[in-house]
Every structure is written in structure tokens, then in C-alpha cells.
Design a binder for this molecule. Structure first.
Ligand code: SF4
Length: 230
């Protein structure tokens, strides 16, 4: 909570990035600080689960907040699908599709911000073990503008998150009850087993040390030029 309070006190142009998963706790905490003026956006890739769309709506209604939904460029999506079909990520890796459907819309949103807030945690996987609660976003800063990224849940465990959700009666995505602790796009997320790590169900056909889509590419490549090649 203190990280969030500090972030909102220091930055006017700041927003929470909401994935439609358990990062809903950020919205719950932010609403207790800012009421209905919680700045929050989400990326609609066009490939989300129906449950996630419904959950985003549940959150909007529950907290009485305006959730800004960002969409990919229709022409770019059309070109990708026309040339490579709807499931190219299974053959070529997820980076190209994520770049079109997630990264470019995120880049456009972040261009108007000085700071953003994510629900990343250290215990989510090997790419996040060194995650700080506050960092310069080396992937999306530009020579003209330093972008700060806050990760208020970095030190939380998955158990901490779920304790918070239950104690505060926070709504959550029903997919979590179907074996999906980490939720992304429908074709790229599957249920995991009890001994798997949290993000093993994301892009399961790829190596564990590459399970970032570019939103948090600096987790994979710590030293990154300020204009990241995604
Ligand atoms: S997660 Fe999968 S469907 Fe979603 S943008 Fe990335 S590659 Fe495309």
C-alpha cells in the first residue's frame, strides 16, 4: 500500500496496468486511496478469454471506475493475420503477435505517462526474481522522457495476494479456479499442475526464461537500451 501511496503522491501522469487477473488487488488498494479516480487501463488483444472480458466489466462496476481499454492497430493485426494466420505464435514464437497486439498499444499509452504500476511479483517465475518495487523502465523510457515503473506487489507471495483477495472480498477472475494462476490470452494460457511454477501455463511451448511478452522485457534482458527493440 505504501508503494502505491508514494507513487500517486509523486506522479500525476500515472496509471495502473490491469491484466484482468489477480493484479485486481492493485485496483482495490488504489480505490481506497483515490476513490473512483483510479487511473487504470487494460490491453484488449482481441484474444482474451470470455471470462476475462466479463471480469474487467465486474471490476469496472464494483469500483465505479473508468477502465480504459486499449486496442491494437486494426491494420497491423490484419496484416499479421493475412500473412501468417491466427496462430503464428505456435510456430514462430509469441513475440511478433505480442508486439502487434500488446506492445504497440502499450507503447502508445505509456507515451502519455511518467509512471505506471504493474502487478508483477518476484515469486511468479525465473524472469522476475530480482524485481524491485520501483525501477526506471528501460524498455519504454525515451531519450526525452524517463518512465518509472512501480511494482507494489514485488515482495508479495502468491499466498499474500490470495489472503488479501479473501480478506477484502475482492472479485477475481474465475479462471484462477480452473488452474490458471497467471492469465493472458486464451490461446497462450493453459492450466498448470500443483508442482508447476506460476507462469508455466503461459506460452508453455517456449523456454521458461523467455516467458515475458515485451511488457516487461527488461526482466529478461536487464541492460536494455532506452529505445527497446521489441
Ligand atoms: S499472448 Fe498470444 S495471442 Fe496474446 S498477443 Fe501474445 S502471442 Fe498474441
Amino acid at each position: 500500500m505504501k508503494v502505491l501511496e508514494d507513487a500517486f503522491a509523486r506522479f500525476d501522469r500515472i496509471a495502473i496496468s490491469f491484466s484482468g487477473a489477480e493484479d485486481v488487488v492493485l485496483i482495490d488498494m488504489a480505490s481506497s486511496i483515490l476513490g473512483k479516480d483510479v487511473p487504470v487501463f487494460t490491453l484488449d488483444t482481441g484474444r482474451l478469454h470470455p471470462e476475462t472480458y466479463r471480469f474487467i466489466e465486474t471490476v469496472r462496476e464494483r469500483y465505479g471506475i473508468a477502465v480504459e481499454v486499449r486496442f491494437p492497430d486494426a491494420t497491423a493485426v490484419g496484416e499479421l493475420v493475412r500473412h501468417k494466420g491466427l496462430f503464428s505464435f505456435y510456430r514462430d514464437g509469441h513475440q511478433e503477435c505480442c508486439a502487434v497486439r500488446k506492445i504497440q498499444p502499450l507503447r502508445e499509452k505509456l507515451a502519455g505517462l511518467h509512471a505506471w504500476v504493474t502487478g508483477q511479483r518476484r515469486d511468479q517465475g525465473v524472469t522476475r526474481t530480482a524485481l524491485p518495487t520501483e525501477q526506471v523502465d528501460t524498455a519504454f523510457s525515451t531519450p526525452e522522457r524517463t518512465l518509472v515503473k512501480f511494482n507494489p506487489l514485488a515482495e508479495w507471495t502468491r499466498a499474500d495476494v490470495w489472503s488479501y483477495i479473501h480478506e477484502h472480498d475482492v472479485p477475481y477472475n474465475p479462471l484462477h479456479d480452473q488452474g490458471m494462476p497467471s492469465i493472458g490470452c486464451q490461446p497462450c494460457t493453459r492450466a498448470i499442475g500443483p508442482n508447476d511454477s506460476e507462469r508455466d501455463g503461459r506460452w508453455w511451448w517456449e523456454n521458461a526464461d523467455h516467458k515475458e511478452c515485451g511488457l516487461h522485457s527488461q526482466n529478461v534482458i536487464p541492460v536494455k537500451p532506452v529505445t527497446a527493440d521489441l
